[in-house]
Design a protein around this ligand. Structure first.
Ligand code: PRX
Length: 652
């Protein structure tokens, strides 16, 4: 959990208000009337938004909620996601419009128009068909931010295959378990990827993973770095298979509830859950929110979302939302500080980016590097700035507004989740008077409430648990292969309402402030990782008898992982123990889960029923006075831990 008391004290003293710029307000895509329109008839509002898309058959019912919590939106409607994202823009005469300005980390560029995209996606779809991929088959995608990642996603959607993208920063072990869970038939990967100026291998991890995944028939490999790769009978080069295909593919329409993608995310147990999204409702809300929250004017705006395709933000706001709206986007392969710390701002200047969407952790990093980097570039094209992934602290919000937005651009702080599929709580840039650090209010058509322990709604000035009170079009349709976990995890805490796992508070003016997770899910640089997942990784090492993981606040990454471990007898704590265990976690999960600190302790604080008291461990991790220990089975344990640590146990 984030330090709620700190967030609360920030918001108590927060009385700055920022009005929408007049010109933006006058020409805004979404006006204040949208709220009223949606309140009057929510389903009619969503049906109207659905008409943004091209449907091959109309729906007979907007929402079927009789089998709750399994929703069906736009019942009997049929459409093809790729046709909506690509073909129809070409048919409308916009084939020459740029879909993506791709910028490689090494400085090379590719300009991909909608007509180019149609050819590439059609060729890829034909290649997938040749490889025996059919409707409903799962395809794992493990790629860097290169155009082929977009082609692969859209080609799968085009033929009705279900994608499961695994972020390139996950280990082979994480890749393996996700491939197995979804029984994927194909993996699409690349030989390597560029990271901070270096060519790193990627296919190696796939080779290791697919040794134990019998469902995989082929590995399709994009050549990116030209690095050496081992070659197996099931491997195929993208350029051999895709390039020779016909550029024409006739797409068929799929049911609105046809599965579109699975995306794994961390829950409160050690096993990630495959969040399932379907076709029609997802694309409707992706398109609507992108239109309303970013106020996209497709003829003139240049939009850039910096998220990786491995996360839900990369799905909804790099691929599906912008393409459904015919946007011109920037797609960037690299990191913000390669080859220099002004790289992002250089790209904004180069492409005249007007809508920019990133994460608080990146904003804080840029803030730390100093104003001189953005100050070197012309940022006058920017008109709206977005934030996503974790609560944005008011200081970072103000820096973003002043140094990047030159005090002209509204900031949309967008709250949503892998499960919600699209933005749920956010300012509307032409309507909302924003406060630094608040996501403000639910979007039109979205119902949210804050409940106390007993499930009663709390009012202004009070905090509690954030819930969503009405089904929404892009809601998850379940967890892949685990109906019970879906019901228990989201719908049982407050029956009939979706429990998001976040704490929130209404302020005195009716704005929502997100207060971080209330469960055992951490948010590291905007990435979700469960404490249990890291604990499982640690205890899978032969030296570890027991482990407890907590998060500690971190000025850069928001939260950081701190692990307490008890060693098995026969293992000694030495200089390299923490280093070895950190490397082990990286191997099991990936670099994003690397603990900042590992502390070897003689015991863990537990209640009489054996539950680890993480609250006390968090006190240690954050160097605070240790709280109430009266419920501990053995109250002397905290002294033992504290003394052990003070007497020089290595902290790494
Ligand atoms: O705790 C909330 C936080 O990120 C969680 C969702 O993580 P994930 O599924 O990985 O999706 C991230 C990108 C949509 C939420 O439960 N979160 C996300 N956006 C915000 C946020 N917390 C506060 N403010 C936000 N704008």
């Amino acid at each position: 959990m984030t330090d709620i008391s700190e967030t609360l004290s920030n918001l108590l003293s927060e009385n700055r208000h920022f009005f929408p710029p007049v010109e933006l307000a006058i020409n805004a895509n979404a006006k204040i009337e949208s709220y009223q329109e949606a309140d009057e008839d929510r389903l009619r509002f969503w049906a109207k938004q659905a008409r943004r898309l091209q449907w091959a058959s109309n729906w007979t019912q907007v929402l079927d909620w009789t089998d709750a919590p399994f929703a069906r939106w736009f019942v009997d409607g049929k459409l093809n996601v790729a046709v909506n994202c690509v073909d129809r823009h070409v048919t409308a005469g916009n084939g020459d419009r740029v879909a993506y300005h791709w910028e490689g980390e090494t400085g090379e560029t590719r300009t991909i128009t909608y007509a180019d995209l149609l050819r590439e996606v059609s060729k890829t779809a034909n290649a997938l068909l040749e490889l025996g991929i059919g409707e409903g088959d799962r395809v794992a995608i493990y790629l860097p931010m290169i155009p082929e990642a977009v082609f692969a996603l859209l080609a799968c959607a085009r033929i009705g295959a279900v994608t499961s993208v695994i972020f390139g920063g996950f280990s082979s072990e994480a890749l393996r378990s996700r491939i197995i869970d979804a029984s994927a038939k194909l993996v699409i990967t690349s030989d390597g990827q560029y990271r901070r100026g270096k060519a790193l291998p990627l296919k190696d991890a796939v080779d290791e993973a697919v040794e134990q995944t019998p469902s995989i028939e082929h590995v399709l490999v994009v050549r990116r770095t030209g690095g050496e790769v081992a070659w197996n009978a099931r491997d195929l080069w993208w350029h051999d298979v895709v390039e020779r295909q016909s550029t024409v593919h006739t797409a068929k329409a799929f049911d609105a509830e046809h599965p579109l993608f699975i995306l794994y995310t961390s829950g409160t147990t050690g096993t990630p859950k495959g969040i399932l999204h379907t076709t029609g409702g997802y694309l409707v809300q992706a398109a609507y929110t992108h239109h309303a929250v970013f106020d996209l004017k497709p003829e003139t705006d240049v939009y850039w979302c910096t998220a990786d395709i491995g996360w839900v933000t990369g799905h909804t706001y790099v691929v599906y939302g912008p393409l459904a709206n015919g946007a011109t986007s920037v797609l960037y392969e690299g990191t913000p500080d390669t080859p220099h710390r002004g790289r992002w701002w250089e790209i904004v200047e180069k492409y005249r980016v007007s809508l920019f969407y990133t994460a608080p952790t990146a904003i804080r990093a840029c803030m730390k590097w100093g104003d001189e980097h953005p100050d070197r570039f012309d940022l006058s094209s920017l008109r709206i700035l977005g934030s996503v992934g974790e609560p944005i602290n008011p200081e970072a919000w103000m820096w973003y507004r002043e140094v990047i937005g030159h005090d002209r651009c509204p900031i949309v702080d967008t709250w949503w989740q892998t499960e919600t599929g699209a933005i749920m709580i956010s300012p509307l840039p032409g309507v909302t008077t924003c406060k630094p650090g608040s996501a403000m209010r639910p979007l039109p058509g979205i119902g949210a409430a804050i409940l106390d322990e007993q499930g009663k709604r709390v009012g202004r000035g009070h905090g509690g648990y954030l819930v969503l009170t009405e089904p929404w079009p892009s809601m998850l349709r379940g967890i892949w292969g685990d109906e019970e976990r879906f019901r228990n995890g989201y719908w049982s805490r407050f029956p009939g309402k979706y429990f998001a796992g976040d704490g929130a508070k209404w302020d005195d003016e009716g704005a929502i402030w997100l207060l971080g997770r209330v469960d055992d899910v951490m948010n590291i640089s905007g990435h979700r990782i469960s404490t249990t997942e890291v604990e499982h990784a640690l205890v899978s090492h032969p030296a570890v008898a027991e482990a407890a993981v907590v998060s500690s606040s971190d000025p850069l990454t928001g939260q950081a992982i701190v692990a307490f471990v008890i060693l098995r007898s026969g293992f000694e704590d030495g200089d390299d123990m923490a280093t070895m265990l950190r490397a082990h976690v990286v191997h099991e999960i990936g670099p994003i889960a690397k603990p900042r600190q590992i502390m070897v302790v003689p015991e863990l604080p537990k209640t009489r029923s054996g539950k680890i008291m993480r609250r006390l461990l968090r006190d240690i991790a954050e160097n605070r006075a240790i709280g109430d220990v009266t419920t501990l089975a053995d109250p002397t344990i905290m002294n033992m831990i504290a003394q052990g640590l003070a007497s020089g146990m290595p902290e790494d």
